[in-house]
Design a protein around this ligand. Structure first.
Ligand code: NOJ
Ligand code: CA
Length: 542
């Protein structure tokens, strides 16, 4: 098994993780200084890899997803030498580093786009998606931008529209131009040579769109009351998951990764497992190594996924059925685009218990788990006063600042994140790393226990998955198996206790309870689950 199949990933939003120089913005040196927290020390979280959202030079209109130089580091974060140092420091402790690769669009300040918009004759003109208006002067088609409004911007000087699937400051590259493809694939090679272990690929599913620019049809399921994004008025048939072209793009990228040993690609893609399957390359598995399954989270094309055992089971079972043989899922419960897990799980005093159950599922499923920084201590969305809002994008009704606030290291006023003024307000500092490190039953302690158990148990690391019938409707239970190694997971989503029979082979085996991770306990014939509690029982632990 490869490192990315057995490993646990930790997703860092560099701007908010740790600030080393007091300017209020997290940076690479800050991350280096906090590596002990992540791995390589006896009480570290124990993750195997980190993913950094974009650290490239950028006007920061979309906080780094508007790249103006793919080969550099934004001075807010550091410089190339510090990036090399970070990679080396991670490798020294056995931690892999993946960067964010943003192939769909550049910044409008990227030299390629500046040249492209200079004139119709410029050699870079065809590097972006320029089109004439329709005869009545309107945009070439009805595609909508992800952050609201039409996805086309009129350029007065050259008399054409350019496509921007996100902000107008993020023009879409034209991947049908071989020169673009070569230049962008060379970006990957450049970072692989610098020692980067892989990439998270931003909006991979939009890189190639319909060359005929057909209008998207209306979405009959669109409900403005529950949908978070106006774009969902349409079914994104012609500009997202446009198959087979988008699957080809995954193959081009994979071929480059394969030029280097042990590199990996994980794609940000959206859809049911059958659609994700194409990005893996189908049965041939010659596409990306991992495709995110965001369906436990929801909130992109649909409302947030409800807290419901049957729904969660259905999502995992569908993934097992829908992916090609040998493909491994990738799971996440949160990221920098979505309301934080704790804030999505209610406000009735049980949300932390639910988050513990969710963590137990994330870290025991078949598939590569991604933890979003702060999730492991139960950080919540932080309310942002209007005068401190930063995210210009409207993702649903609000920006994404609430889920991007500074990491809460301790209970000092700036949570140990900065000595200066933090770029976004700090949340409730009673929730912090230092306090939870001292408490063997904290959420952080649970994450550590689960990660340790996963590493120690072949069944959890690489075993098969089978969900169990016959449980009460509120209980999602499954068995993972690899040779003689076995793990049994039962998650009670209800607020009230539930009791199930312990499968025979797990009786008398060590049991981990999400609400008391430090408790030494062995399974008995009946497994009594408290309200919002999950248990993990493994056969092969001492
Ligand atoms: C997805 C990224 O996660 C998000 O933060 C960004 O705004 C869009 N892609 C556009 O790059
Ligand atoms: Ca800084």
């Amino acid at each position: 098994m490869a490192w990315w199949q057995e490993g646990v990933f930790y997703h860092i939003y560099p701007r908010s993780f740790a600030d080393s120089n007091g300017d209020g913005i997290g940076d690479l040196r800050g991350i280096i200084a906090r590596l002990d927290y992540l791995a390589g020390t006896p009480d570290a979280l124990g993750v195997d890899a980190i993913w950094l959202t974009p650290t490239y030079p950028s006007p920061m209109k979309d906080f780094g997803y508007d790249v103006s130089d793919y080969l550099g580091v934004h001075p807010d974060f550091g410089d190339l030498d510090t990036m090399d140092e970070l990679i080396a420091a991670c490798h020294n402790r056995g931690v892999r580093v993946i960067l964010d690769y943003v192939p769909n669009h550049t910044s409008d300040q990227h030299p390629w786009f500046r040249a492209s918009r200079a004139s119709r004759e410029n050699p870079f003109r065809d590097w972006y998606c320029w089109h004439d208006p329709r005869p009545d002067g309107s945009p070439p088609n009805n595609w909508l931008g992800a952050f609201g409004g039409i996805a086309w911007e009129w350029d007065e000087r050259t008399g054409q529209f350019y496509l921007h699937s996100f902000l107008k400051e993020q023009p879409d590259l034209n991947w049908r131009n071989p020169a673009v493809r070569t230049a962008m694939l060379d970006v990957m090679r450049y970072w692989f040579r610098r020692g980067v272990d892989g990439f998270r690929i931003d909006v991979l599913g939009m890189v190639l769109k319909d060359p005929l620019l057909r209008d998207n049809p209306p979405n009959p399921d669109y409900d403005p009351a529950t949908s978070r994004r106006a774009r969902n008025r349409q079914r994104l048939v012609y500009n997202r998951n446009y198959a087979p072209d988008c699957y080809e793009a995954a193959r081009w990228m994979r071929a480059v990764a394969d030029e280097f040993p042990e590199r990996m690609l994980v794609g940000e893609v959206f859809g049911p497992p059958e659609v994700l399957a194409g990005y893996y390359g189908g049965e041939r598995l010659d596409g990306i190594h991992l495709a995110f399954n965001f369906n436990l989270l929801g909130g992109y094309d649909t409302p947030f996924t409800p807290w419901d055992a049957r729904t969660w089971r259905a999502i995992v079972d569908a993934s097992e059925r829908g992916l090609p043989a040998g493909a491994q899922p990738a799971w996440a419960l949160g990221n920098h685009d979505q309301s934080r897990l704790l804030s999505r799980l209610g406000n009735d005093g049980l949300e932390e218990r639910r988050a513990r159950v969710a963590a137990a599922i994330l870290l025991t499923l078949r598939g590569t788990p991604f933890i979003y920084y702060g999730e492991e201590i139960g950080m919540r969305d932080v309310p942002i006063p209007p005068d401190r809002e930063q995210d210009p994008a409207r993702f649903g009704s609000a920006g994404r600042d609430p889920e991007r606030t500074p990491m809460q290291w301790d209970d000092t006023p700036n949570a140990g994140f900065t000595t200066g003024i933090p770029w976004l307000p700090v949340g409730d500092t009673r929730i912090n790393v230092a306090a939870q490190r001292r408490d063997p039953n904290s959420l952080l302690a649970l994450y550590r226990r689960l990660i340790t158990l996963r590493h120690a148990t072949p069944a959890l690391r690489r075993g098969s998955y089978r969900s169990l019938d016959g449980c009460p409707p509120d209980v999602f239970a499954y068995v993972r198996a690899e040779g003689a190694s076995r793990a049994f997971i039962a998650a009670n989503f209800a607020a009230e206790p539930r009791s199930i029979a312990t499968p025979a082979e797990f009786i008398d085996r060590p049991l981990l309870r999400t609400s008391h991770p430090a408790r030494e306990e062995r399974a008995t014939v009946r497994l009594d689950l408290d309200g919002c509690e999950a248990c993990v029982i493994v056969t092969d632990a001492a």
